[in-house]
Write a protein that binds this ligand. Sequence first.
Ligand code: CTP
Length: 413
Amino acid sequence: MTIVVGVTGGIAAYKAVSVIRSFVLAGHDVHVIATDAALRFVGAPTFEAISRNPLNTDLYEGVSEVRHVGIGKRADLVVIAPATANTIAKIANGIADDLLTNTVLATAAPVLIAPAMHTEMWQNAATQANVRTLRERGITIVGPGTGQLTGADSGPGRMEEPDAIVHAATTLATRRTVRREREASGTASARTPRHDLSGHRIVISAGGTREPLDPVRFLGNRSSGKQGVALAVAARDRGADVVLVAAHLDVPAPDGVEIRSVSTALELQRAVTAAATDADIVVMAAAVADFRPATTNDSKIKKEKVGDSLRLELVANPDILAELASGKQSDQIVVGFAAETERDPHELIELGRRKLKRKGCDFLVINNVGWRTGFSTDDNEVVVLDGHGDIVMEAAGAKASVADRILDVITSA
Ligand code: CTP
């Protein structure tokens, strides 16, 4: 595959060298376009030696070959790492004043951008609006991560690690190849039973989070993780690349899926958010604690110290599903679950519709839970709402078959 790697002016440009090297070692033909600012951080000989191709910098070189469109047209994939706030702003506004921005305008290939900048610049309303615009146009944004920045400060803005960028880029390219092959064979919309998710990456959270009070006690819930695991197995069997974010499962984690074990809601938030950057589908089947203790004791809370009553102060956890839904890529599908104890069927759906509105997800799977239903049982009964609040599916039976029915709804979206 021909990959164009755009490098813009940030200290993280040195990490672009690892990205380029990984692509080359995987057998790709890599062409680097460096902006003038990038060359202040890393020299041209490094890019040429590592990419094994001449470096492209100047818009006015090779004019007779119409290089400003030629490079973009030949590309199967364009990766910009690091992408500064300035370059992101230019691309969002269709500005083409250097070879890299011309290439992005001219290409029909998927584009992946790994932003890198100081936290204040990343959080600035202008940058956030530009990133939203790019996502809406189908550009994949990977990161930024949170951590130590160039100076003494730390926060969101750090370029995602090279391995994560390479993985996201490879997934993006595979997805496109699969789509093209399906189009070529005329099966783009026809569902091939059992393999209709191949080339797709799906992130599923399952189980129940635990919020520690002290080293021996926690606030938790009765979720067994069975429905989430059944979804992971069904998605795997239908060819998907599955990441299962597992919070205290009562059942064994399945083979053939990538497991990321977590305990608390904040850990689950971090794991799901990171995995979701390059996912086509995210399913939040986990039961997430809405609150956590304001403080966690380092040693066991002793009865002789607290006496006959104990007051706990709880603080709210983030609503992970709502965050995922509001920050999603335009072609990503985000699915939530609603665990409700409401017995009246009409009121149950209304509760679901209100939850759907609050969360903003594409589908909501409503299930009844209670002392004897929903959680640790092998069967489930669900109603699925689409983003408008319309009922699109009702299913009852073994969690494995309910999982398949839920995936049917997602794949037909
Ligand atoms: N969820 C989440 N983050 C939270 C709480 C819930 O992402 N802090 C997700 C769950 O994984 C599920 C959906 O939101 O997909 C609904 O969870 P549920 O417990 O039914 O609803 P809550 O938002 O917690 O509202 P309530 O407890 O009032 O019903």
